[in-house]
Design a protein around this ligand. Sequence first.
Ligand code: AMP
Length: 108
Amino acid sequence: MTTIFKKIIDREIPADIVYEDDICLAFRDIQPKAPVHILVIPKKEIASLMELTDEDESIVGHCVIAVSRIAAQEGLSGGYKMQVNCGEDGGQEVPHLHFHLLGGRRLH
Ligand code: AMP
């Protein structure tokens, strides 16, 4: 199944892309839940945290460091939240691993 995020990676549908490299892509969430709401996704199609294997270690590390760098770029010096929803019970809607970066206001 081709997810909407894969279509964004392949430029089949538009997105407000803020960062890209060989391993990951970052774009603004279409329904932001905070003044800054960015999704960082690996280019590799990994459905969720549940599908991770040892060989994905460097990809996940790369994505988390991208979150940190993008947060700095966005000026979130007061802090931010990184969130990963996993599976149905975790509230995951798009089955392509993604790291939510939320910031710009006090988050609870
Ligand atoms: P999750 O519930 O963790 O799977 O989060 C999926 C996120 O993807 C939600 O916050 C949606 O608003 C966001 N989203 C869905 N479609 C798009 C899209 N085309 N462009 C940007 N963000 C999207």
